[in-house]
Design a protein around this ligand. Structure first.
Ligand code: NCD
Length: 309
């Protein structure tokens, strides 16, 4: 039996298949329990620090909801401006301190590698809620959970990842997780925003079939799952480049119905323009259910790293 007790959750590549299965099973168990009862008391007396140096809606609120549903307490902040970072405090010093207040830390920060730096400082497990254009493993886990719930299995599925694959941290983590399930990946992006070469090379080294294209029309008919992403405006140094690329892909209901009516459509959200709102009513548009699943998966992660399940 694997154990995640005391472990940090930093990137998508860290998991074994057994660990993934364990997280999925615990998340499912919590979902079942919450259907009968609004909350549990497994983490009564424990404190989560949710420290978000960069904007967030779902990740922060679902971490907080997860902790509350488990009977624990939450401290934290949702922007660096309201903290001593505004006075010049370093991340290392902030973490040293938060580590003394809390049993577990969920953090988001604009710098790649920041979660790993924090994990090196902190005794408490650190859960990476997004480090710049790096990784976002807890999102990728809830994406995995959603695909299984929507489709039963992802064994051998073709997953099309579409949008800003260069800067999108959820797909960086996701690709590392899908590789355990024999999935074929189609990376759909303009050349300037394609999946980083080193990620593609690593996946291929692992035996994953990875195809690269800029055409959503070409990829969609082959896809069991279409994972749309936002063009990550905040990561562009040149606003003109963002303007040029921002509407690279817009998925419409007509496209789904014509090209792949049974595709499962996911999106980590927030959506800007890349999925027309007329897609929302399709039974296989799963992105709002996906956001809801974040609570069960984050409950599982909190309970596992704190060693109470
Ligand atoms: C994503 C993120 O922050 O990376 N959002 C999320 O956590 N659900 C995706 C995005 O911002 O585009």
């Amino acid at each position: 039996m694997t154990t995640l007790k005391g472990k940090d959750i930093l990137d998508g590549a860290q998991f074994t298949r057994d660990e993934l299965e364990q997280i999925m099973a615990v998340a499912d168990d919590f979902r079942g329990q919450l259907e009968k009862k609004r909350g549990l008391d497994l983490l009564k007396g424990y404190v989560l620090a949710a420290i978000f140096f960069e904007s967030s809606t779902r990740t922060r609120l679902s971490f907080e909801t997860a902790m509350h549903r488990l009977g624990g307490a939450v401290i934290g902040f949702s922007s660096a401006e309201s903290t001593s970072v505004a006075k010049g405090e370093t991340l290392a010093d902030t973490i040293r301190m938060v580590d003394q207040y809390a049993d577990v830390i969920a953090m988001r920060h604009p710098r790649i590698g920041s979660a790993r730096e924090a994990a090196e400082m902190a005794v408490a497990p650190v859960l990476n809620g997004g480090d710049g254009a790096g990784q976002h493993p807890t999102q990728a886990l809830l994406d995995l959970y959603t695909i299984r719930r929507e489709r039963g299995s992802l064994e051998g599925a073709t997953i099309a990842l579409c949008g800003d694959l260069k800067n999108g941290r959820t797909v960086h983590s996701g690709a590392e997780i899908y590789k355990h399930y024999g999935c074929r990946l189609i990376c759909v992006a303009p050349a300037a925003l394609q999946m980083p070469d080193e990620v593609v090379a690593r996946l291929r080294g692992f035996g994953v079939t990875v195809e690269l294209t800029s055409s959503l029309e070409e990829a969609l008919p082959q896809a069991d799952v279409l994972y749309m992403t936002r063009i990550q405006k905040e990561r562009f140094a040149d606003p003109a480049e963002y303007e040029r690329l921002k509407d690279s892909y817009i998925l419409t209901r007509e496209m789904v119905e014509r090209l792949r009516p049974d595709v499962t459509v996911l999106h980590p959200l927030p959506r800007v323009n890349e999925i027309a709102t007329d897609v929302d009513a399709l039974a296989n548009a799963a992105y709002f259910r996906q956001a809801g699943n974040g609570v069960f998966v984050r409950m599982a992660l909190l309970a596992l790293v704190l060693g109470v399940v």
